[in-house]
Each structure stands twice: as structure tokens, then as C-alpha cells.
Design a protein around this ligand. Sequence first.
Ligand code: MSP
Length: 654
Amino acid sequence: MEKNTKKTFYITTPIYYVNDVPHIGHAYTTIIADTLARFQKLAGKDVFFMTGTDEHGQKIEKAAAERGLTPKALADSVVGRAQDLWRSLDISHDFFIRTTMDFHEKGVQKLFQMLVDKGDIYKGEYKGWYCVSDENFLPDDVPLEAEGCKTCPDCGKKAYGVSEETYFFRLSAYQDKLLTLYAEHPEFVRPQSRLNEVTSFVRGGLKDLSITRTTVKWGVPVPGDPKHTIYVWFDALHNYVTGIGYDWNPELFKKFWPADIHLVGKDILRFHAVYWPAFLMAEGFPLPRTVYGHGWWLKDDTKMSKSKGNVLDPQAILKVFGPDPLRYFLLREIPIGQDGNFSHEGFLHRVNSDLANDLGNLVQRTLTMIRNYFDGGIIDPEEETAADLKVRTDFEDLKTRVFDHYDACALNKALEEIWAYIGQVNKYLAANEPWIMAKDPARRPRLARVLLQAAAAIRGISYLVFPVMPGSAEKIWGFLGEGKKPSEVPYEEIEFDGFGPGRKVGMPQALFPRVALKDFLGEEAAAPETPPAPRPEPTKEGKEAMDIITYDEFKRMDLRVAHILAAERLPGATKILKLQVDIGTEKRQMVAGIAETYTPEELVGKKLIVIVNLKPAVIRGIESQAMLLAAITPDNKALIPFFDRDIAAGAVVK
Ligand code: MSP
């Protein structure tokens, strides 16, 4: 695809209907647009990002009547809540357009008149079927049902018959021009699969489009013929030109039009990839570069939509997690063109594993070690070894690849690559064991190098995730003692060496909350994790029998010192950790309920007591081949007794 070399970048979302507040599906479109806008700013472009609301038409007229409100009063109340939601999601739009704004209505009327004068709009009679939910005329080939009605093939709702005087737009005259556009500029519709759909739709033949209604009052009046209101899609699509200054700010319009990306859901691709360019051709405007049709978020395999009643309210998630986990999840989980099923379990898994464990822990432990071992900043690092150099050069390569992915709207790929690098830096730290080096003053220059490398990598990683998780990236740069925000550094200037020796770091705060499924969904909705082994209340006789055992009985327990070689969390489990231990004679794996008291990182290298001849148990599908000894605190947390001096793995405990 030809590279977009323009200095400006204009990106839009669809403008959302105001029949209700936006849900996760709408949030998805807006988050993609925000991420692309933030990236293009880092890439040095002068960006204009617009979103807004579609307030006219029969759908809103009907929703308002059902609530006993005027359409404008309904719109005003929903707009306030939509704007609150975009604020809570850290959406950084430059302008919020409402189709009830005066300049928009005037612009639409002016363009309508221009097309009448040109002969591209003419008066006639329309007979057909209309779907209020989609604000769309049904294609002629939709069959008439036994009861004499028709069902909308897109949303499954009942359509109603219309027979009225109308103004038509001469869409049929643009069929060949549209086909030439798709052939000469395949980037006009993305992804490729959608271009094929649109092309075959247009090849199938285009009929002129009814663009006014006499039976709908809530709309922009047709100039000189006010018993007609302008069809809501003709009105709404023009927000993309009126919002950027058409007819009221020629400089702004000249600077940013045509749009670089109109981001839309696949349900409204036809309006944007067929009607919209045809209107623009008729009006003599340059055409947008790309209409990007993204997939849907489904709940239980059905498209999330207000009318189906299966929508998820993003505010419920935002209250617990803040914006970044939701932004990350929606963008990481699926490529933009595909559909995805939203599940709370999937969301929590990503947050706990990718954010809290992989990124959160990397930041937390690196900064804690820098503060503990080099309070005044890292000094005198030794020369880079090959492994240290690899952390640096891999970042440089990553930076280029991530740039290309963002530029190509492959946001999930950008995140996948960044997370692979986070995994690499975590492994680098584990392999170097800085917490052990710290005990040996002779190894200080090496310790300095390892922590310097990790901090520089964290700075780079945060920069690369900034478009997706702006708040977290800014926080991490703050912890790193960085004077600037990521948004103030152009992409081409970001370097691994941005974090150098002597930089004092701040106290890291927890970045991502670790939340259990039951706390998120409520006890009943969440399946229990590993059920705690029931402790029977001892009977009087049992108690006596348990109290007194013989030494021979005690001796049957093979208790030994074990050295923890590795520790990790298990996906979706908040209480248990998986450990690899050395028991002197062999290595064993075990699963222990200690995740609420210890992080995996602090356990590695420690020695503790385990019983090794207990029958293995299977916990969460993993065989636990030993059990550790721990004291239980009053609030049911496990506290492990560690040794106060070093002792070899395998030493007998008796
Ligand atoms: N008002 C029109 C758009 C006019 S643009 C000139 C409209 N509004 S809408 O409120 O129904 O929202 C449309 C957009 O919301 C969809 O195109 C899509 O971008 C997004 N989504 C709504 N539900 C969705 C999902 N379940 N999943 C992903 N996005 C979906 O159509």
C-alpha cells in the first residue's frame, strides 16, 4: 500500500445515536481512533480527531417519545453521559460534533441545495420498506412475509411500508465512478475482505437513494420545501466535513480535509464506502483516504447491541480498573477487522497476567531494586555484555516494527510484539538474579548494568504502549524520574539510552489492580478457584487422637529444605502459585496457596521447608509433588518460615 506522506492526519469515529449511552461496542471504535490519533501525533503529524453524536431522525424521535421527552432533551442528556464516558476512557478528541449544531445544519442544507442545483437531487415518489432501528431502506429483494410485512435483514427487526413524495439522490450515476475508485485506490476500503464485499455490492447495481422524508419531523428541513426533512444518513455523514470547518472555517477545512481514516463498524460500511464517496464526488470534494470497517464485540456469540439487551456498560469496568486495562484488552484481544467475544474471565486473565504480572511486576521490582540498592541513582555500570547489548538492540528493532504496526492499524500485533519484549526483559532479570548480586559488593558494577538495562527497557516499553495506555505510560515515566511526558517526545527521538546513570527514580505505585473474578462478578457468578481443603472441626475423641502422635509417626514425614528455582502465577488464579523447587536429590514442581502473601519474584532463590513424601495432589490440572509448611495468619494468609542463615537444599528437617 502506498505510504501516507501527508503532514496532517484527520481521523473520525461514526457519530453515535443518542437513543442511549454508548456501550463497549461504541467504546471500542472510539478507543481505536484515540490510539491511532495518539500514535500519529507521536509520529509527528498534525492530528485532528473528531467524534460526536447523530441526533436527528426517526430512531431518536421514537426513543424520545417513549421516554416522554423532546428529542433535543433526550439528546442533551445522553450527550453529557457520552462525554463523561469518553473522559473516563481518556479519549483525546479535538472536537465533539453534534448534528443539532447550527453550523452543521446550515452546511447540510447548503450542500443539499448545491446538489439540487446540479441536478444530482431530484423530486419523485418513494415506495418501499424502512427499518427505523438501522435508519435504512430495505433492498427490494427482501421477501414479503405471510402477514404482509418485511423484516430488516441486518438487525432482524420489523420494517414498515413507506409511500411518499421524496427527493432522490442520483446514486445510480456514480456506480462506475465508485468501481473505478475501488480499483485504483484499494486502500479506500480496509481490510481487503471488506473491499471485496463493497465492490460486489456496487457491481450488483445501484438505485437512486431516497434522501428526504415527509413523515419524519425531527430532522434538518429541506431548503425551500420544509415539509420534507433530510434523511438522517445524508445529514449525519456530512458531519465529517462540517465538523472540520466546511462553510465556517475554510482554513481548518483546507488543512485537514480529506479525512485519512473514517473508522466505522462493519454494519455501517455501506453508508461510508458507497453513499458517502458518491455524495462527495457529486459535491466536488476530494475523497477520504480510507474507510476502515472494524469487527464487532459479541456477547455469547451475538452482536452486542442495546436493542438485544446484551450490552456491557464500560463504566462498571472503568470504576474498578480505570481506562487502561479496558483499552488494552479490547485492542490486544482481536485484530481490528475481526469479531471478538467479550468475556469477563478473558478480560481478568489479560489484566492479571499481561498487565499486573508481566508489565506491573517488571516495573515494580526493577524500581524497588534501584531504590534499595542505588538510592542516589545507578552509578558506574560495567560495560555491556552480549546479553545486555541484546536488550538494547532488540528494543531498537522492536521500535521500528511497532511503528509499522501502528501505522498499518495492526494494533494487536504492536501489543503482541511489545509483550514479547516485556517477557524477554523479565527473563533477562531472572537470569541475572540482581537480588543475589546485591549481596556481593564486588558485583556492584554488574548489578548497576543489569538494573540500568532493565530501567531503560521499561522507559522504552512505556513509550511504545503510550498510544494504547496513555495514563499508565505517563505514570511509569513519572516513577522513572523523567521530566517529560511520552507525548512530548517524537517517535523518531525515542532512544534506549533515554534512561542513563545517575537518574533518581521515584517510589513505584501499583499500576494495575489485581482483582479476583468473584470480586468482579460477585460470588455466585464466579466459579470457585481451587477450593480450600476442608478442615474438619475435630471431635473430642479425634482431637485427643490428633494431639498425641508417636515420634515414629512423626518420623514418617520426609521434611526437607527446598530451594525455590522458579515461581509463577497461573492464568486466572489469584491465590495459588506454581513453584519449581530443588529438594537436594531432585527437582519437584508444586502448587501452593501463597499468592496473596508473596509475589513470584520475591520467592525465587529462597529456601523453605517442604514435605516430600506426601501423596501428590492435582490442583488446577497441575500435579503438586510436594507441600510447603506455612503458618496461617488470622485472616487466612499463608506465612512461610524462612531460614535466618543459608542452608543447603535437601537438608533434613526433624
Ligand atoms: N449514527 C450512526 C452512525 C453515523 S456516522 C455518520 C450509527 N450509530 S450507532 O450508535 O449505532 O453506532 C455505530 C457504531 O458503533 C458502529 O458502526 C460501530 O462502530 C459501533 N458499534 C456498535 N455496536 C458494536 C459492537 N457490538 N461491537 C463493535 N462496534 C459496534 O450507526
